[in-house]
Design a protein around this ligand. Structure first.
Ligand code: SF4
Length: 729
């Protein structure tokens, strides 16, 4: 029987009463999708849609972006400033003045008693760039602590470190358009469909048109691996061995680009010497990839006209994270694949504005990729801010991962956390809990009152979220895009920019430094400071950025007249940021230094993301249309391993490491090998109770992805009851 078209029920799009659409940029991941939020006649955000004219997403959004208008009124938002003298007491609601006075006087009391660096500040990758710049000015020029960092140390520090070592500066050299030009793509530890769905869509669309080979290096059969031509199921933590072996084959068979190497790099001799030891036969015994596959991949990559590499946390969150990034850069420098269409080393960043903090927050130095170690740059910035250059430290202080141990040893007595939730995101959270209890003063500034870390705070600042404010984000491909204010800040919360500006007034040094109040004025200050630098944004302003739906840096004043969209690539003609203008090829001898499975803890523990959740679920845990897909902490386990252990599908188990334990639902799947389990990292009191987090020596980023665990049985009823309580987020 045939059904005529007219007999079908037509799809109806709900009329949500949208009165106007406001342009903004998604506040979740670093893809940087342009979004319009629909607002009804009462000014309430009621809908979200992708922007068709924006090059990044071309009208598309993922499940998180589609429901982003629901985060404004989510439960658990901070409403009023809160204070208390001891963490055993209840909080008391107070005025902004009293909360800011208390925070300001506590910071000064601690600094006077124990020294300026005894008070630390840790921020995030989710503020607006103008806010990052202002927090940097406040931390460096007014409060004057050198123990100031961002939680990007947990996700991007290895990429930053690797870029600096290879190219002389941070700054991803490629762009999404490279997918449309490449002839071969290797994805190292990057599960694009779940982590960055719209970048995946761009890559997939390009591949459908030109069918270039996709090689995925990942210990797990991720969604991306399922779509790959070749899946290299590598032994965790051994990427450097594979990279050395690939270079060994290229050099052995004369597949390297000698002209590019001679013209644009230094150090080939030292690399040749080290990779000589990594013949495919020897390397395969360490990294678990057979010798023929190593040879085939090396030939495929080196012979492609243009080849590119992307990576995410599988490389960065390792004790060899920085070396892994340098290894990828070596591979691309050796084959002449930097700064050319389709040839690049592109780190896919995590948080929506991880790039903005890297560029402008002064966490690892001074604004605009300046360093504290460079006297001329210290002088330039001190003069611009109106302070004595001697007030600035002469080298970078502690990273987030070193700040917590410094609290344990008593070196740090006070901490200000801005939009970060270490009680869920740091490794070994059992230890972090004890660490936070030692602080004389903890200030938590967050959009959500119910983040776990507020349990240990003395002052809570309720902050406005995402499009309750105005400013810019930079995405993975260096595109600066604007977040326009869609609605007023929730209850009595205030923008982070306002909070930083008010805090500056509590310090004597604050009177010397100018703090513009309007985000567009702050942007203009950054644009001025960027002139002539790699991260040049001097041709941009808020209006132009919105008009062009985002602009890639560098974008100089001349570019405005030339009507460009910014430079899509860095280093097209070389011009690396090391003093001689050349990139460095760096030898990478591999030293095994991870926790590995043994008799007591026989399984690898791997962790990562799922598409419906973002980071510590502070936002997506409250959006029903996201949370419903995975409300419960779970673990992927191979069916053969499960059978051996007597574990049934969808039963509760206890996962135990040397640090702690976590109860999760077992999900039987062939996605993980027999000797590994995988747990999404989003849940509180879950995978990071187990992780050890040994640190990369260069970047200080923790190795979240290499640990050892065992599985134990639990009482199902008890576990289910605990789990229901956990779901009541
Ligand atoms: Fe937002 Fe990232 Fe999804 Fe785009 S891909 S809608 S930026 S979460």
């Amino acid at each position: 029987m045939l059904f005529g078209r007219g007999k079908k029920n037509p799809i109806k799009i709900a009329n949500k009463g949208v009165e106007k659409w406001v342009y903004t940029t998604c506040g979740y991941c670093s893809t940087g999708c342009s979004i319009e939020v629909g607002v009804n006649d009462e000014g309430k955000p009621v809908s979200t849609r992708g922007v068709g004219s924006a090059d990044v997403n071309r009208g598309k959004l993922c499940v998180k972006g589609i429901f982003e208008h629901e985060i404004f009124d989510a439960k658990g938002r901070g409403e009023e400033p809160l204070v208390r003298d001891r963490i055993t007491e209840d909080y008391r609601e107070t005025t902004w003045d009293e909360a800011l006075d208390k925070a300001g006087s506590e910071i000064q009391r601690i600094q006077e008693k124990y020294g300026r660096d005894s008070f630390a500040i840790v921020s995030t990758g989710q503020l607006l760039t103008e806010e990052f710049y202002t927090l940097g000015k406040l931390s460096r020029a007014v409060i004057g602590t050198n123990n100031y960092d961002g939680n990007t140390t947990l996700c991007m520090a290895s990429a930053v470190s690797g870029y600096k070592r290879s190219f002389g500066s941070d700054g991803p050299p490629g762009c999404y358009e490279d997918f449309e030009q490449t002839d071969c793509l290797i994805a190292f530890g990057s599960n694009l469909p779940e982590q960055h769905p719209i970048i995946y869509w761009r890559m997939r669309e390009a591949r459908e048109k030109r069918n270039f080979p996709l090689i995925v290096v990942d210990p797990r059969v991720t969604m991306l691996a399922q779509n790959a031509d070749m899946h290299l199921a590598i032994t965790p933590g051994t990427d450097v061995v594979l990279l050395n072996a690939l270079m060994h084959v290229m050099l052995d068979e004369g597949l390297e680009d000698r002209d590019y190497i001679n013209e644009h790099t230094n150090g080939i001799e030292a690399v040749e010497k080290v990779v000589a030891d990594y013949d495919p036969v020897s390397a395969s015994k360490i990294c678990g990839i057979d010798e023929d596959t190593i040879r085939n991949v090396a030939r495929l990559y080196a012979k492609a006209d243009a080849a590119m590499s992307i990576w995410t946390m599988g490389i960065n969150q390792s004790t060899h994270g920085s070396d892994g990034v340098v290894g990828i850069n070596n591979l691309n420098l050796m084959t002449g694949n930097i700064g050319k269409p389709g040839g690049t080393s592109l780190s896919i960043t995590g948080q929506c504005n991880a790039m903005g903090t890297r560029e402008w927050s002064s966490c690892s130095g001074l604004p605009g990729y300046r360093t504290l170690e460079n006297p001329a740059e210290r002088e330039e910035i001190a003069k611009f801010w109106g302070i004595d250059p001697e007030f600035l430290p002469k080298r970078r202080g502690l990273t987030e991962t070193d700040i917590f141990p410094a609290i344990e040893t008593g070196q740090i007595k006070g901490l200000w956390l801005v939009a970060t939730n270490p009680m869920t995101s740091m490794p070994n959270t059992v230890r972090i809990r004890k660490t936070l209890e030692k602080l004389e003063c903890l200030i938590v500034q967050d959009s959500y009152r119910d983040v776990e870390t507020t349990q240990y705070a003395h002052v809570f600042f309720p902050a406005a979220t995402w499009a309750e404010k105005e400013g810019v984000f930079t995405n993975t491909e260096r595109r600066v895009n604007i977040v326009r204010q869609v609605t007023e800040p929730h209850a009595n919360s205030r923008s982070d920019l306002w909070i930083f500006n008010q805090m500056a007034k509590r310090f004597p040094q604050g009177a010397k430094v100018k703090f513009p109040e309007k985000p567009s004025d702050v942007f203009d200050e950054m644009a001025y400071l960027s002139r002539g630098r790699l991260v040049d944004i001097s041709g941009m302003n808020h209006e132009l950025i919105e008009q062009k739906r985002g602009i890639q840096w560098p974008y100089r004043a001349d570019d405005v007249e030339a009507q460009t969209q910014g430079d899509p690539r860095l280093y097209e003609k070389g011009g690396f940021q090391h003093a001689d203008g050349k990139a460095k090829l760096i030898p990478l001898p591999y030293i095994e230094n991870n926790e590995v499975p043994d008799n007591d803890f026989p399984l690898w523990l791997n962790s990562g993301r799922v598409v419906e959740h973002f980071h510590t679920r502070t936002k997506t845990g409250k959006v029903g249309n996201c949370n419903k897909f995975s409300p419960t902490p779970y673990m992927e386990i191979n069916p053969d391993a499960a059978e051996e252990l007597g574990i049934e599908h969808m039963s509760y188990v206890r996962v135990v490491s040397r640090r702690g334990d976590a109860v999760v639902l077992a999900q039987l799947t062939q996605r993980v090998p027999r000797n590994m389990v995988f747990i999404p990292f989003h849940y509180h009191d879950c995978v990071n109770r187990l992780t050890k987090g040994l640190l990369d020596p260069h970047s200080r980023q923790p190795a979240f992805k290499q640990g050892a665990v065992r599985i134990e049985h639990v009482n199902q009823e008890e576990a289910a009851r605990l789990n229901v309580e956990m779901r009541e987020f």
